[in-house]
Design a protein around this ligand. Structure first.
Ligand SMILES: C[S@@+](CC[C@H](N)C(=O)[O-])C[C@H]1O[C@@H](n2cnc3c(N)ncnc32)[C@H](O)[C@@H]1O
Length: 287
């Protein structure tokens, strides 16, 4: 099912390019070195995503930068769609909403979440916690916080440790594009860990999983919506579209910037511009 057609993206990519590389994208016409560095990094990301389980080196700075222009802009809308349509309608308006992002990376899902909460007039401030083992993402998260602050007040980010003890005080627990990086043999352990996390949250906490159909996504999503699992963990399914149900949801995008099309996404050598995001999701609520 196509949710959005031709989402315009070029101006946003231009802004992200400037913030990521510190120059305008027009610099790609002048600097062979910049062009070749970015082409190499995009190819490295694309190759890693051709595996059935993504094995991607986010420790490399150039790979993180390439992610910002080749993927990040395309992962805002899925989060916005799920929060706007299924989560926000169930949250009563209040001053502050707490949102916790696991495997956040640069956290495009924060932008989608904030856009949805603003549109639905659910709060005036979002208090954010992120967790990601790769500290190199931190400057890119800062970029996201600045963009989100144009929409709503966003608290200074707090980096959490996933295995810290005690209650998890959050209204929304978000996990996007993590399961596609996790092999199927880790699914049992993941379900066990998630049950333990859910047990530490309060009633009315929402859990949102958004992912592509790679790695353990299909297997884990099937288990998350299983009636026995939900009952045993005091959870209810508020919405889901999992691979077992059929084709993914799709958001189609317009072209990226002219400079990126002329220099990076030149349709050769695997350097094809991304034109859509196909995703599945599960949204649960703690009873
Ligand atoms: C594709 S990125 C997704 C980033 C972001 N959520 C998005 O949708 O753009 C996958 C992230 O998972 C993180 N990651 C890998 N292993 C992890 C783990 N064991 N716990 C939490 N995050 C992990 C990586 O560092 C990376 O930032």
């Amino acid at each position: 099912m196509i949710l959005e057609e031709n989402v315009l993206i070029a101006d946003f990519v231009k802004e992200i390019f400037r913030a990521t590389y510190g120059v305008e994208d027009d610099e790609l016409y002048r600097s062979d070195e910049l062009r070749e560095t970015i082409r190499g990094a995009v190819k490295s990301l694309r190759t890693s995503y051709q595996n059935n389980v993504y094995v991607t080196d986010y420790g490399a700075e150039e790979n993180r930068k390439a992610y910002m222009i080749a993927y990040y802009p395309y992962y805002i809308e899925p989060a916005r769609y799920v929060v706007e349509n299924f989560v926000a309608p169930q949250i009563s308006p209040r001053e502050i909403i707490k949102a916790n992002f696991f495997a956040s990376g640069p956290c495009p899902e924060l932008l989608g979440t904030v856009a949805a909460l603003k549109k639905m007039e659910r709060c005036i401030q979002v208090d954010v916690q992120t967790y990601d083992p790769q500290p190199g993402w931190f400057p890119y998260q800062q970029m996201t916080f600045k963009l989100a602050e144009k929409l709503l007040k966003v608290s200074a980010p707090a980096v959490i440790l996933a295995h810290a003890e005690g209650r998890i005080e959050t209204d929304i627990f978000f996990m996007q594009n993590y399961l596609s990086h996790m092999p199927c043999q880790n699914a049992d352990k993941f379900i066990e860990d998630f049950s333990a996390v859910a047990a530490r949250t309060n009633s009315k906490t929402f859990f949102v999983f958004v992912d592509l159909n790679y790695g353990s996504t299909a297997m884990v999503f099937r288990r998350l919506v299983d009636e026995n699992f939900l009952r045993a963990n005091g959870l209810e399914k508020i919405a889901a579209h999992i691979p077992d149900y059929g084709e993914p949801f799709m958001i189609r995008y317009g072209d990226t910037t002219q400079a990126l099309r002329d220099n990076i996404f030149t349709d050769d050598d695997g350097l094809i511009q991304k034109k859509c995001t196909k995703f599945y999701f599960v949204a649960l609520k703690k009873i």
